[in-house]
Design a binder for this molecule. Sequence first.
Ligand code: ZN
Length: 338
Amino acid sequence: MNWISDYVPPKIKSFFQRRDTPENLWTKCDSCGQMIFHRELAENQNVCPGCNFHMPITPRARFKTLFDGGIFTEIEVPEAKADPLSFRDEKRYSDRMKDARRKTGEPEAMLVVRGDIFGLDTICAGQDFSFMAGSMGIAVGNAMLAAAEAAVKQKAPLVVFTAAGGARMQEGILSLMQMPRTTIAVEMVREARLPFVVVLTHPTTGGVTASYAMLGDVHLAEPDALICFAGPRVIEQTIRETLPDGFQRSEYLLDHGMIDRVVERGQIREELGRILRLLTGKPPMVIGDLPAPAAAPAETDKPAAGELASDELALNEPTPNEPTPEKSAAKKKTDGAV
Ligand SMILES: [Zn+2]
């Protein structure tokens, strides 16, 4: 009867394995339950077309739709000391890091890039919630400092997209020390009289909210994002009161004067374009005279220009688009004004 175990189980396994692939092409919306095809979801920047629910998005995918032509160059972040406390809970911290790197393909939880938003040279940092809950360790502190230094050096505005569960517990007090450190980074940008805009995304909590996420000149937030220091559950247990509906969500914070505007993901590029031009004293942009961002490519597509450029270009080198004479003239004029 050996032929049964040798022949039948492998056949059954391969049958089920083949069924795995098509299932991965569909994502179920956590809010309305609609099944969305992966390509449609990517084109819509991970926003449900049925109910407008904003699903998580990686910084890399976000930047591809944020910058002109989808082009950006990565800014190098100094490497942080790995596992400084040799920390272990249920798992070794070093193993958690390995898993996170394998899962996301990124070295750490914050990506720092430079690119043009409606022709305006901008430094952007994006936090990746899928990398250990976007938690702020030494590496995220390094990334914020690198972003601030690049902004000061290039005389460019700084935009940060936050998403974090807070400080990285596995780095103990070293992670808490990133709160003053990132605050100093923000101060550097402020002293250079450059705009610092924060875009709060779901969820932004703990030590990140208590430092750079609340220090922007302008605070935008994506719809229905949880933005808090201690979460609603903790507060409810402490004060033994039922909290109002929508407590600590973007719209609630807007009503209570904590943030400036709630902006849907698809509108953020234009909103940032307007705000940054206003704050840097540039003339208002003309929508339509600049290349639209590349549509978010599906996983199977060729890498976008941003990815290729990021390997080739270092911080000090010129951007891939040679500035037109008109653009550099405008730049010179504003540099004087700022
Ligand atoms: Zn939905």
